[in-house]
Design a protein around this ligand. Sequence first.
Ligand code: GH3
Ligand code: MG
Ligand code: MG
Length: 421
Amino acid sequence: MKPGPHFSRILIVEDSKFYADAISKMLRTIPGLTVDCADSMDSATQYLAGNKDKYDLALLDLVLPDAPSGEIVDRVRKHGIPIIVFTGLYDPSLKSSLFSKGIVDYVVKDSPVALEYLMELVNYLLFQSGQKVLVACSDPKLRSKQVERLSNIKLSVWACESAVEAKKILAKHDDFSMVIVSDQLSDGTGIELVSDLRRIYNTSQLSILAIPSTTGGFASQYLRYGANDFLRQPYSSEEFLCRVHGALKSKSLLQSLEKAATRDFLTGLLNRRAFFEAAEPSIAQCRRADQPVVLAMADIDHFKTINDSHGHDVGDLALQAVATALKTEARDADIVCRFGGEEFCILLPNLQSANISALFKRFSKTIKAIKVPAPGGLTNISMSFGIVFDPDGKDIEQMIKEADIALYEAKNSGRDKIVVV
Ligand code: GH3
Ligand code: MG
Ligand code: MG
């Protein structure tokens, strides 16, 4: 799933001007979000009538001048809008009855920390909703309850009753964020499914929440075999949603860490370390299949002049545009990385010698068509390419050395050149 806001309009119903102002000020810092504030049930009803099906989330105070006992929840719920209750009222039995009506969370406004939590929660819902979650459980009642709770927080929910089905669904779609695995599966135990899944997906690819049976002492076993967390039955809606949020959050944190470790921050291309990690299996595969490998070092010409004449920011834009161009022209199997500074390295598995020239002329043409906006006009770029063709897959260090020599030759013979060795 593409990251990005899935919500665009929020309704706040709050009669305290202090809280209404504080919450809406914080929410308005989220780009693209429209915030409407109502100070009574009557005003909320008018907003709802005027914006049919447009609200993606509602933050509701329970005590309003014209609705003193939480009546607002039912009014908003009729519209199918996810609800966060934000109230000064701490009443455990009210809280549990509201959770059973399907609210997303119940936040007590007792400290500035509550506002921070609320902001984090809204941000979370904005950016994480729409994620795919699979419920694997053979008990129809338990399964449909989980599906309902997850749908309430706008996750995209799939369900199945067996391990075989779960694995099939996940193999077919590579964009699931989480699986909720119950002990009860029609063709085996949840633990078997968890350990099978962990052999295929690491924790930054798929989060697993286990629901052990009421009687078994298997919770720790689930963690041992790779579940991120577990939830013992019977559990409340509140506990369930907290665990789901936690599991999705830890997955997205791990993903960000992985991205930071493998991607170049400026261009989003693979960094040098990740390039070596990706290139080696690709070269080995070519060697096994008796296919040639091509490696190119590409360096922007007179890049220092772009920085010196227009500033570092324009230089950065040029680097981003070059990265996009190289990635666009490269074939799916090609591996493109920012090798350092204004130098890029591309590995092209199974590219035949006869096709090198045409492909790199295309790279060069696309680079030269880039117009980088600079103060006082547009700036052009050209690149020099040093390319090594290897029919039998030498080691990568050797290919880089040879491509570097070819690049040196391309620079020395006037730049904007393609030299193949
Ligand atoms: P040549 O045609 O021989 O390759 O000359 P050049 O000017 O492109 O090469 P040189 O190695 O002399 O200069 C590269 C410049 O790239 C110097 C360095 O400050 C700049 N550079 C390296 N990384 C970045 C970056 O991330 N952003 C910007 N804006 N500039 C960078
Ligand atoms: Mg250069
Ligand atoms: Mg250089």
